[in-house]
Design a protein around this ligand. Structure first.
Ligand SMILES: Nc1ncnc2c1ncn2[C@@H]1O[C@H](COP(=O)(O)OP(=O)(O)OP(=O)(O)O)[C@@H](O)[C@H]1O
Ligand SMILES: [Mg+2]
Length: 262
Protein backbone atom coordinates (compact mmCIF):
# COMPACT_ATOMS: atom_id res chain seq x y z
CA UNK A 1 0.00 0.00 0.00
CA UNK A 2 1.28 3.47 -0.88
CA UNK A 3 2.46 5.52 2.07
CA UNK A 4 0.94 8.96 2.38
CA UNK A 5 1.75 12.29 3.94
CA UNK A 6 -0.98 14.13 5.83
CA UNK A 7 -0.93 17.93 6.07
CA UNK A 8 -3.33 19.97 8.16
CA UNK A 9 -2.95 23.72 8.00
CA UNK A 10 -4.70 26.61 9.70
CA UNK A 11 -7.71 24.52 10.60
CA UNK A 12 -10.63 26.25 12.27
CA UNK A 13 -13.87 24.47 13.11
CA UNK A 14 -17.06 26.00 14.48
CA UNK A 15 -20.34 24.27 15.30
CA UNK A 16 -23.30 26.35 14.17
CA UNK A 17 -25.51 27.46 17.10
CA UNK A 18 -29.27 27.03 17.14
CA UNK A 19 -30.09 30.71 16.97
CA UNK A 20 -27.21 31.36 19.41
CA UNK A 21 -23.56 32.04 18.72
CA UNK A 22 -21.79 28.92 17.43
CA UNK A 23 -19.18 26.98 19.43
CA UNK A 24 -15.66 27.20 18.07
CA UNK A 25 -14.18 23.77 18.78
CA UNK A 26 -10.86 24.29 16.96
CA UNK A 27 -9.25 27.70 16.80
CA UNK A 28 -6.09 26.84 14.87
CA UNK A 29 -4.43 23.51 14.27
CA UNK A 30 -1.43 22.76 12.06
CA UNK A 31 -0.11 19.22 11.88
CA UNK A 32 2.09 17.28 9.49
CA UNK A 33 2.48 13.51 9.45
CA UNK A 34 5.12 11.73 7.43
CA UNK A 35 4.57 8.16 6.23
CA UNK A 36 4.83 5.61 9.06
CA UNK A 37 4.66 8.24 11.84
CA UNK A 38 2.94 7.24 15.06
CA UNK A 39 1.78 10.35 16.90
CA UNK A 40 -0.54 10.90 19.84
CA UNK A 41 -2.90 13.77 20.52
CA UNK A 42 -3.59 14.42 24.17
CA UNK A 43 -5.78 17.17 25.58
CA UNK A 44 -8.51 17.97 28.09
CA UNK A 45 -11.98 16.51 27.64
CA UNK A 46 -14.11 18.57 25.26
CA UNK A 47 -11.15 20.40 23.68
CA UNK A 48 -12.01 19.30 20.14
CA UNK A 49 -9.99 16.10 19.53
CA UNK A 50 -12.81 13.98 18.11
CA UNK A 51 -13.92 17.00 16.09
CA UNK A 52 -10.44 17.11 14.52
CA UNK A 53 -10.73 13.43 13.57
CA UNK A 54 -14.21 13.96 12.11
CA UNK A 55 -12.74 16.68 9.90
CA UNK A 56 -9.74 14.55 8.79
CA UNK A 57 -12.17 11.70 8.06
CA UNK A 58 -14.18 14.03 5.80
CA UNK A 59 -17.31 13.77 7.95
CA UNK A 60 -17.31 17.41 9.02
CA UNK A 61 -16.52 20.55 7.05
CA UNK A 62 -14.16 23.06 8.70
CA UNK A 63 -14.87 26.77 8.77
CA UNK A 64 -11.46 27.33 7.17
CA UNK A 65 -8.13 25.64 6.61
CA UNK A 66 -6.77 22.71 4.66
CA UNK A 67 -6.50 18.94 5.10
CA UNK A 68 -4.47 17.20 2.41
CA UNK A 69 -3.29 13.67 1.74
CA UNK A 70 -0.20 13.69 -0.47
CA UNK A 71 -1.07 17.23 -1.50
CA UNK A 72 -4.66 16.48 -2.53
CA UNK A 73 -7.48 18.00 -0.46
CA UNK A 74 -9.62 15.49 1.44
CA UNK A 75 -11.94 18.07 3.01
CA UNK A 76 -15.48 16.68 2.88
CA UNK A 77 -14.28 13.41 1.30
CA UNK A 78 -15.07 10.43 3.54
CA UNK A 79 -13.27 7.13 2.97
CA UNK A 80 -9.72 8.44 2.42
CA UNK A 81 -8.48 7.45 5.89
CA UNK A 82 -9.35 4.59 8.25
CA UNK A 83 -11.12 5.74 11.41
CA UNK A 84 -11.86 3.96 14.66
CA UNK A 85 -14.36 6.26 16.32
CA UNK A 86 -14.46 6.95 20.06
CA UNK A 87 -17.63 4.96 20.58
CA UNK A 88 -16.83 2.28 18.10
CA UNK A 89 -19.45 -0.40 18.38
CA UNK A 90 -19.28 -3.76 16.80
CA UNK A 91 -22.62 -4.67 15.26
CA UNK A 92 -24.13 -7.17 17.75
CA UNK A 93 -26.02 -9.12 15.09
CA UNK A 94 -22.89 -9.80 13.04
CA UNK A 95 -20.16 -12.32 13.82
CA UNK A 96 -16.56 -11.23 14.38
CA UNK A 97 -15.70 -12.09 10.77
CA UNK A 98 -18.72 -10.20 9.44
CA UNK A 99 -17.84 -7.21 11.64
CA UNK A 100 -14.18 -6.96 10.66
CA UNK A 101 -14.88 -7.15 6.93
CA UNK A 102 -17.44 -4.34 7.09
CA UNK A 103 -15.06 -1.75 5.56
CA UNK A 104 -14.30 -3.67 2.35
CA UNK A 105 -17.97 -4.71 2.15
CA UNK A 106 -19.18 -1.10 2.32
CA UNK A 107 -16.54 -0.11 -0.23
CA UNK A 108 -17.96 -2.72 -2.61
CA UNK A 109 -14.76 -4.80 -2.65
CA UNK A 110 -14.86 -8.58 -3.19
CA UNK A 111 -15.98 -10.10 0.11
CA UNK A 112 -14.20 -13.42 -0.40
CA UNK A 113 -10.81 -11.71 -0.57
CA UNK A 114 -11.53 -9.56 2.51
CA UNK A 115 -12.58 -12.68 4.44
CA UNK A 116 -9.41 -14.52 3.42
CA UNK A 117 -7.26 -11.61 4.59
CA UNK A 118 -9.24 -11.36 7.83
CA UNK A 119 -8.85 -15.09 8.51
CA UNK A 120 -5.07 -14.85 8.12
CA UNK A 121 -4.95 -11.90 10.55
CA UNK A 122 -7.29 -13.22 13.28
CA UNK A 123 -4.40 -14.97 14.99
CA UNK A 124 -2.32 -11.76 15.01
CA UNK A 125 -5.23 -9.97 16.67
CA UNK A 126 -5.79 -12.67 19.30
CA UNK A 127 -9.15 -13.66 17.84
CA UNK A 128 -8.33 -17.02 16.32
CA UNK A 129 -11.24 -19.44 16.70
CA UNK A 130 -13.67 -16.58 17.40
CA UNK A 131 -14.47 -15.71 13.78
CA UNK A 132 -18.02 -17.02 14.14
CA UNK A 133 -18.60 -15.64 17.65
CA UNK A 134 -20.87 -12.67 18.24
CA UNK A 135 -19.49 -9.55 19.98
CA UNK A 136 -21.43 -10.35 23.19
CA UNK A 137 -19.22 -13.43 23.65
CA UNK A 138 -15.95 -11.43 23.57
CA UNK A 139 -14.00 -9.82 26.40
CA UNK A 140 -13.46 -6.03 26.38
CA UNK A 141 -9.91 -6.41 25.02
CA UNK A 142 -11.08 -8.79 22.30
CA UNK A 143 -13.79 -6.36 21.25
CA UNK A 144 -11.24 -3.56 20.97
CA UNK A 145 -8.92 -5.78 18.93
CA UNK A 146 -11.80 -6.73 16.63
CA UNK A 147 -12.59 -3.03 16.13
CA UNK A 148 -8.89 -2.40 15.40
CA UNK A 149 -8.74 -5.27 12.93
CA UNK A 150 -11.80 -3.83 11.21
CA UNK A 151 -10.00 -0.48 10.97
CA UNK A 152 -6.75 -2.05 9.66
CA UNK A 153 -8.71 -4.01 7.03
CA UNK A 154 -9.94 -0.73 5.58
CA UNK A 155 -6.53 -0.62 3.86
CA UNK A 156 -5.84 3.06 4.17
CA UNK A 157 -2.36 4.46 4.72
CA UNK A 158 -3.54 6.79 7.52
CA UNK A 159 -5.34 5.41 10.57
CA UNK A 160 -7.16 7.54 13.15
CA UNK A 161 -7.69 5.91 16.55
CA UNK A 162 -9.93 7.82 18.96
CA UNK A 163 -9.19 6.47 22.46
CA UNK A 164 -9.09 2.87 21.25
CA UNK A 165 -8.05 1.54 24.66
CA UNK A 166 -10.01 3.93 26.87
CA UNK A 167 -12.44 1.35 28.23
CA UNK A 168 -9.83 -1.23 29.26
CA UNK A 169 -8.34 -2.07 32.66
CA UNK A 170 -4.67 -1.23 33.27
CA UNK A 171 -3.31 -4.76 32.71
CA UNK A 172 -5.18 -5.38 29.47
CA UNK A 173 -4.19 -1.91 28.34
CA UNK A 174 -0.50 -2.59 28.94
CA UNK A 175 -0.61 -5.77 26.86
CA UNK A 176 -2.54 -3.93 24.14
CA UNK A 177 0.30 -1.35 24.05
CA UNK A 178 2.89 -4.02 23.23
CA UNK A 179 0.55 -5.45 20.67
CA UNK A 180 -0.20 -2.06 19.09
CA UNK A 181 3.54 -1.29 18.74
CA UNK A 182 3.96 -4.68 17.03
CA UNK A 183 1.05 -3.97 14.68
CA UNK A 184 2.53 -0.59 13.80
CA UNK A 185 5.90 -2.21 12.96
CA UNK A 186 4.22 -4.95 10.93
CA UNK A 187 1.70 -2.91 8.95
CA UNK A 188 3.68 0.35 8.69
CA UNK A 189 0.70 2.65 8.65
CA UNK A 190 0.65 6.26 9.71
CA UNK A 191 -1.30 6.47 12.95
CA UNK A 192 -2.77 9.24 15.07
CA UNK A 193 -3.94 8.15 18.50
CA UNK A 194 -6.14 10.22 20.77
CA UNK A 195 -5.59 9.47 24.44
CA UNK A 196 -6.08 10.95 27.92
CA UNK A 197 -3.11 8.99 29.29
CA UNK A 198 0.35 10.68 29.21
CA UNK A 199 2.16 7.34 29.81
CA UNK A 200 0.36 5.77 26.86
CA UNK A 201 1.11 8.79 24.67
CA UNK A 202 4.85 8.81 25.48
CA UNK A 203 5.26 5.04 25.32
CA UNK A 204 3.60 4.57 21.93
CA UNK A 205 4.54 7.67 19.97
CA UNK A 206 7.21 9.29 17.86
CA UNK A 207 5.74 12.68 18.85
CA UNK A 208 3.06 13.84 21.25
CA UNK A 209 0.84 16.77 20.30
CA UNK A 210 -0.61 18.45 23.38
CA UNK A 211 -3.87 20.28 22.80
CA UNK A 212 -5.05 23.33 24.74
CA UNK A 213 -8.54 23.48 26.26
CA UNK A 214 -11.30 24.39 23.77
CA UNK A 215 -11.05 26.15 21.36
CA UNK A 216 -8.19 23.84 20.43
CA UNK A 217 -4.71 24.98 19.57
CA UNK A 218 -1.60 22.82 19.69
CA UNK A 219 -0.03 23.95 22.97
CA UNK A 220 3.19 22.13 22.18
CA UNK A 221 4.80 19.15 20.48
CA UNK A 222 7.00 16.77 22.48
CA UNK A 223 9.32 14.67 20.28
CA UNK A 224 9.89 11.30 21.94
CA UNK A 225 13.59 10.61 21.81
CA UNK A 226 13.44 6.98 22.93
CA UNK A 227 14.44 4.04 20.73
CA UNK A 228 11.56 3.04 18.48
CA UNK A 229 12.00 -0.59 19.42
CA UNK A 230 11.10 0.01 23.05
CA UNK A 231 10.12 -2.44 25.72
CA UNK A 232 8.05 -1.85 28.84
CA UNK A 233 11.21 -1.26 30.93
CA UNK A 234 11.73 2.06 29.18
CA UNK A 235 8.79 3.44 31.19
CA UNK A 236 10.95 3.17 34.34
CA UNK A 237 13.83 5.29 33.01
CA UNK A 238 14.55 8.96 33.84
CA UNK A 239 14.33 9.75 30.08
CA UNK A 240 10.76 8.46 30.00
CA UNK A 241 9.87 10.48 33.12
CA UNK A 242 11.33 13.63 31.54
CA UNK A 243 9.22 13.21 28.39
CA UNK A 244 6.14 12.69 30.53
CA UNK A 245 6.98 15.76 32.59
CA UNK A 246 7.08 17.87 29.41
CA UNK A 247 3.70 16.54 28.29
CA UNK A 248 2.15 17.20 31.73
CA UNK A 249 3.61 20.72 31.87
CA UNK A 250 1.98 21.58 28.54
CA UNK A 251 -1.30 19.97 29.61
CA UNK A 252 -1.57 21.71 32.96
CA UNK A 253 -0.32 25.13 31.97
CA UNK A 254 -0.31 25.47 28.20
CA UNK A 255 0.30 29.24 28.32
CA UNK A 256 3.08 29.09 30.91
CA UNK A 257 4.81 26.17 29.20
CA UNK A 258 4.66 28.06 25.92
CA UNK A 259 6.13 31.28 27.28
CA UNK A 260 8.85 29.31 29.14
CA UNK A 261 9.82 27.66 25.85
CA UNK A 262 9.88 30.99 23.99
N1 LIG B 1 -22.44 18.01 17.03
C1 LIG B 1 -22.07 19.00 17.83
N2 LIG B 1 -22.76 20.16 17.90
C2 LIG B 1 -22.36 21.17 18.68
N3 LIG B 1 -21.26 21.14 19.46
C3 LIG B 1 -20.55 20.02 19.45
C4 LIG B 1 -20.88 18.89 18.64
N4 LIG B 1 -19.95 17.92 18.83
C5 LIG B 1 -19.09 18.42 19.72
N5 LIG B 1 -19.42 19.68 20.08
C6 LIG B 1 -18.68 20.54 21.01
O1 LIG B 1 -17.37 20.71 20.52
C7 LIG B 1 -16.43 20.66 21.59
C8 LIG B 1 -15.39 19.60 21.26
O2 LIG B 1 -15.99 18.30 21.25
P1 LIG B 1 -15.15 16.99 20.94
O3 LIG B 1 -16.06 15.85 20.95
O4 LIG B 1 -14.36 17.22 19.71
O5 LIG B 1 -14.16 16.95 22.21
P2 LIG B 1 -13.06 15.87 22.63
O6 LIG B 1 -11.79 16.61 22.79
O7 LIG B 1 -13.10 14.73 21.72
O8 LIG B 1 -13.57 15.45 24.09
P3 LIG B 1 -13.44 14.02 24.84
O9 LIG B 1 -12.00 13.94 25.27
O10 LIG B 1 -14.35 14.18 26.00
O11 LIG B 1 -13.83 12.96 23.89
C9 LIG B 1 -17.22 20.39 22.86
O12 LIG B 1 -17.39 21.62 23.52
C10 LIG B 1 -18.54 19.87 22.36
O13 LIG B 1 -19.58 20.24 23.22
MG1 LIG C 1 -13.58 12.76 21.92
Amino acid sequence: MAQARLDIANLRVTYAGNGQAGVTAIEKVDLTLEPNDFVSLIGPSGCGKSTLFNVIAGLQIPESGAVALDGGSIVGRPGCVAYMMQRDLLLPWRTVLENVTLGPELAGQPLARARDTAMTLLHRFGLEGFENAYPAALSGGMRQRAALLRTILCERSVILLDEPLGALDALTRASMHEWLLGIQREFQRTMILITHDPDEAVYLSDRVYVASPRPMRIAGIVPIELPRDRGRDVTLTPEFAEHKRQVLALLHAPERARSAAA
